[in-house]
Design a protein around this ligand. Structure first.
Ligand SMILES: *Cc1c(COP(=O)(O)O)cnc(C)c1O
Length: 366
């Protein structure tokens, strides 16, 4: 049996006719940028997340970056980020001229450790950027409390958390603004690049609509030095169709996660968890093991795809060479990246495929 780590054809095949109809509609409309499809998707996604505004942009990195810019964060400012995340969370801060200030993660949730945040706050701190890593929501109650006490903004990196929720509120509605990515492999994925920002702040949304489109609200009148980062009509049309499946597909991910957890419960693997009040989007199912090398070799031989998210933390990347190299400042992140392993995950994995992956893992460990 072959079990690819990620398989993007089945979701499209399941709703092929609706996707084709949507694409044809856009082609025939003769309108390809910032039109009715983007507006309809923005409205649907805002409703889905339970916020009043959504602004479609070119990708997740731009979504993060534009939020920070719209909040007037820039050179000389600091933004608190998790030490362990996809590098885009950090790059968004760096690209606007501010400094990412890493804080270690919790060994249980793999998200920002709320107990370590306050020690990282300085007079230059402007915002905290929790990342709902692997789809599990960060401790937003504690993080929001700290932010409020220190007058900081909260910017969610929700790129892996479409449909996740914390204490009843959806990712995207848990901070001052949130960034989503529609990169094809995400829970809600486009057929190319795409991203969106959600917020309840109407003024911020207004500024973002202008910033994404050359700093212009009125054609050829530019009130800010904006960028070109727009969700296009074709992607928006496809996303409108796929959004209708998101809850069903996330539910299937949750079942797959439960199957893995049950089948692997007697092994030495450290399995992912969620706490009461947290609903993960199960973007990834990540286990920890000291025997990763051995397991990966065995899985590869058995035709099972597994990956590491992420093998090198941002602070050890060449891109951040100028940062002080005191490894050990982030002991949890440091040990994580040697132990984590992401198993195949997706709404179209069959129960027998999941069972096969578990059997191969048990074999490798035995
Ligand atoms: C995918 C991802 C991003 C970036 O999204 P792009 O659309 O690829 O720019 C940012 N943060 C996290 C945590 C991600 O997983």
């Amino acid at each position: 049996m072959k079990v690819p780590f990620l398989e993007l054809i089945s979701p499209c095949a399941e709703i092929q006719d609706e996707i084709n109809t949507a694409i044809q509609r856009v082609i025939k409309s003769g309108w390809y940028i910032l039109g009715p499809e983007v507006e309809a998707f923005e409205s649907a996604f805002a409703d889905y997340c339970g916020v009043s505004h959504c602004v479609g942009v070119g990708n997740g990195l731009d979504a993060l970056q534009l939020i920070l810019r719209a909040m007037d964060i820039g050179p000389g400012d600091e933004v608190i980020v998790p030490a362990h995340t996809f590098i885009a969370s950090w790059l968004a801060v760096s690209h606007i001229g501010a400094t990412p200030i890493p804080v270690d993660i919790s060994i249980k949730s793999y998200n920002l450790d709320p107990d370590l945040i306050e020690a990282a706050i300085t007079s230059r701190t402007k915002a905290i950027m929790p990342v709902h890593l692997y789809g599990r929501p960060a401790r937003m109650d504690v993080i929001s409390g700290i932010a409020k006490m220190h007058g900081l903004k909260v910017v969610e990196d929700a790129a892996q958390a479409h449909g996740a929720s914390f204490q009843g509120d959806k990712a995207g509605a848990l901070g001052d603004a949130a960034a989503f990515s529609f990169y094809p492999g995400k829970n809600l994925g486009a057929l190319g690049d795409g991203g969106a920002i959600t917020t309840n702040d109407g003024e911020l949304a207004d500024r973002l609509r202008s910033l994404r489109n050359y700093g212009s609200k009125e054609k050829y009148v530019h009130t800010a030095a904006g960028v070109n980062s727009r969700l296009d009509e074709l992607q928006a049309a496809v996303l409108r169709v796929k959004l209708r499946q998101l809850d069903t597909w996330n539910q299937r991910r949750k079942i797959i996660a439960a199957l893995y957890s049950e089948q692997l419960s007697d092994t030495d693997l450290i399995l992912p968890s969620v706490e009461v009040g947290e609903e993960s989007s199960w973007h990834l199912y990540v286990v920890r093991t000291c025997a990763r090398e051995k397991i990966m070799t065995h899985l590869a031989a058995k035709g099972v795809g597994a990956m590491i998210h992420y093998p090198i933390p941002p602070y050890r990347q060449e891109a951040y060479n100028s940062m002080p190299k005191d490894f050990g400042r982030f002991p949890i992140s440091d040990s994580m990246c040697d132990e984590i392993l992401s198993l195949p995950m997706g709404p179209h994995l069959s129960n027998s495929q999941v069972g096969y992956v578990s059997d191969c893992l048990i074999e490798a460990l035995g």
